[in-house]
Design a protein around this ligand. Structure first.
Ligand code: SF4
Ligand code: FES
Length: 249
């Protein structure tokens, strides 16, 4: 395939940034999107130009690093996949593809397509954990009966990989799908009940501090989420938050 790429180039956080145009003449439909970006970078290096900076790690849909806006959509046109799982067969010979970083106040651009998503780490640190007695008499987690429906919903919430596509898709740059997944995976399980109130209060407070917007039920986050995290989690987080806020008064 021959492709025209319009790629966002930005030297540093303070640089204004602009779209640069590149031509690729020999892209296989079997390549992943990141492999296509590798080919572009090899071409740029051989021409003495600086390669495009982009995040990636596992390249198999697990780590959530490959944050890119492709033709206006986080992780591109396919559904239920990350950028590293997106294949070039989703595009046509002669296509022009726009590649930009995730854009949100809470995700400042570091360079080219790399954004700083440490806000998500700080939200996790605020409450995304359980405290466990490790003194030697810890109860085996499997010895605690959990209704199958709750276990399934908790597992579904725990599949969130923290990629940030929900924020990038949202007109309000809201992080509520991410935060609600992290709250839900504990709220549904007995192990998460002990710190439940403080967890949701602290995580929502940190989310607000980081500059993310509010949810207005548009649902773009659910559509673009590569892991199919449901909006139901946002409703659960709101209930958890109200319960915690009312009992704290
Ligand atoms: S909720 Fe979905 S889109 Fe948002 S961070 Fe988690 S996996 Fe990514
Ligand atoms: S590189 Fe890990 S999810 Fe894409």
């Amino acid at each position: 395939m021959k492709l025209t790429l319009k790629v966002w180039r930005q030297k540093s956080a303070n640089d204004k940034g602009r779209l640069e145009t590149y031509q690729l003449d020999n892209v296989s439909e079997h390549m992943s999107f990141l492999e296509m970006m590798d080919v572009l970078n090899e071409q740029l290096i051989s021409e003495g130009q600086e390669p495009v900076a982009f995040d990636h790690d596992c390249r198999e849909g697990i780590c959530g690093m490959c944050s890119m806006h492709i033709n206006g959509e986080p992780h591109g046109p396919d559904r239920g996949v990350t950028t590293c799982q997106l294949h070039m067969r989703k595009f046509k010979d002669g296509d022009t593809i726009y590649v930009e970083p995730f854009r949100a106040k809470g995700f400042p651009i570091i360079k080219d397509l790399v954004v700083d998503r440490s806000a998500f780490d700080r939200i996790q640190h605020a409450g995304g954990f359980v405290s466990v007695n490790t003194s030697g008499n810890t109860q085996d987690a499997n010895a605690i009966p959990i209704p199958k429906d709750d276990a399934d919903k908790a597992f579904d919430a725990a599949t969130c990989i923290g990629c940030g596509a929900c924020v990038a898709a949202c007109k309000n740059a809201s992080a509520m799908l991410f935060v609600s997944a992290k709250v839900s995976q504990f709220a549904l399980l007995p192990q998460g009940k002990v710190e439940a109130k403080q967890r949701v209060l602290n995580m929502v407070e940190q989310m607000d501090k980081e500059g993310f917007g509010n949810c207005t039920n548009t649902g773009a986050c659910e559509v673009e989420c590569p892991k199919g995290i449901s909006l139901e989690n946002i409703a659960r987080m709101n209930r958890e938050f109200l319960k915690a806020a009312c009992s704290a008064e």
